[in-house]
Design a protein around this ligand. Structure first.
Ligand code: NCD
Length: 369
């Protein structure tokens, strides 16, 4: 068999999986695989005490404008294990509360010296908008129901570990698809690697898929789909995004809760994933979440390795661009539309969430330059 030419990583941002090629996704996963021994902080090889200090002297900003446990902690540990310093930004106690815009916040902190911004934001496209306004790397840690690239990559790594490959598998993504950025990034990524994805849920959660509706197989019948599945990814019912959604919980459990009895219908050796946090007893029973087919905690471990890979690859690409670039202004000039979005007034009226309006309506994702 002809040897594949390795893909060179040239992107300084990781904003989504929609625009990544299969080769780039595999490159990221292969890099993550190498970091896996360091992902728990305990080296499996006693001779090696610590991860390679690839980000020594670097500074990463965790700019989180939504709640997070796993993703924030995982990015923090990933950056720190590679030797970087991590600054934690907390929206609730920041000047966003005084109507400072997101772009002003990002550019001001960048002026203190940053190599990367990891951003989670409740508005679709906010990471892209920030990436256009700063010089450093930007990594998307989840934007609205749009993309969550590192979550999908860690899912792929966990699945690849179990099956040794990512092609020819059938993966059901089950539940609150409509509000899930995890479902979208998984769809964009794993189908490029040759797996089949089926979105499963009640009609209520399969509605509003917009541009991806035509591209994805859907089903409202979990019991009928399970016998085809190698992996079953349960999604959290995302109540915080349920404005105007009337869900009958008992009905939902009857049709879609993953119980041991139901899981027995899946292929032998099928694995169960969940991005967390889990609504125990709603989308999944304790028995399944903590059972032998669950890889939920392994996903979390894979997450640190994936983020180590993503940070070091993106900052590596940034370094190469910085070296080859002509001297540039400290911060890039804002485009007309970005300027409009970054005036202090934009934040008003959205005070409750501590947000500004930049990023609204920006449809397409890009993995960035
Ligand atoms: C997911 C998220 O934030 O989108 N969780 C995560 O990053 N671990 C899914 C969720 O919140 O349900």
């Amino acid at each position: 068999m002809a040897k594949k030419t390795p893909v060179e990583w040239t992107r300084k941002h990781l904003l989504g999986l929609e625009d990544l090629s299969a080769g780039e996704i595999t490159h990221l996963l292969d890099a993550a695989e190498k970091f896996l021994p360091y992902a728990t902080g305990r080296t499996e090889r006693p001779a090696r005490k610590a991860a390679p200090q690839r980000l020594k002297g670097r500074t990463v900003l965790n700019l989180f404008c939504e709640d997070s446990t796993r993703t924030r902690t995982s990015f923090t540990l990933a950056a720190e294990r590679l030797g970087a310093r991590v600054v934690q930004f907390h929206a609730a106690t920041s000047s966003l509360k005084k109507n400072e815009t997101l772009l002003d916040t990002a550019r001001n902190i960048e002026a203190m010296g940053l190599d990367a911004i990891v951003i989670r934001h409740p508005e679709r496209g906010a990471p892209q908008t920030v990436a256009e306004a700063v010089n450093c790397s930007v990594l998307n840690a989840g934007d609205d129901a749009h993309e969550h690239p590192t979550q999908a990559l860690l899912d792929f790594l966990a699945i690849r570990h179990k099956f040794g490959r990512l092609d020819g598998l059938t993966v059901a993504i089950v539940g609150d698809i409509r509000h899930s950025r995890v479902a979208r990034s998984n769809l964009y990524g794993i189908t490029k690697l040759g797996s089949r994805v089926i979105f499963v849920g009640p009609p209520l959660f399969l509605a509003g898929l917009g541009d991806i509706a035509a591209a994805v197989e859907t089903s409202t019948d979990l019991d009928a789909i399970l016998p085809e599945c190698d992996a079953v990814m349960m999604l959290r019912v995302q109540f915080e995004r349920h404005e105007g959604v009337a869900l009958d919980l008992e009905d939902y459990k009857r049709g879609y809760q993953l119980t041991a009895k139901r899981l027995a219908r899946a292929k032998p050796g099928a694995i169960v994933l969940h991005p967390g946090p889990i609504n125990r007893g709603l989308e999944i029973t304790n028995e399944v979440a903590d059972g032998p087919q669950s890889v939920i905690l392994h996903q979390v471990t894979c997450g640190v390795a994936v983020r180590m890979a993503a940070l070091s690859l993106c900052i590596g690409a940034l370094d190469r661009q910085r070296k080859s670039a002509k001297p540039s202004p400290l911060t890039p000039p804002l485009s007309r539309s970005t300027q409009r979005l970054s005036t202090g007034r934009e934040g008003r009226g959205r005070k409750k969430r501590g947000l500004s309006r930049e990023g609204r309506g920006r449809g397409k994702s890009s993995a960035g330059a």
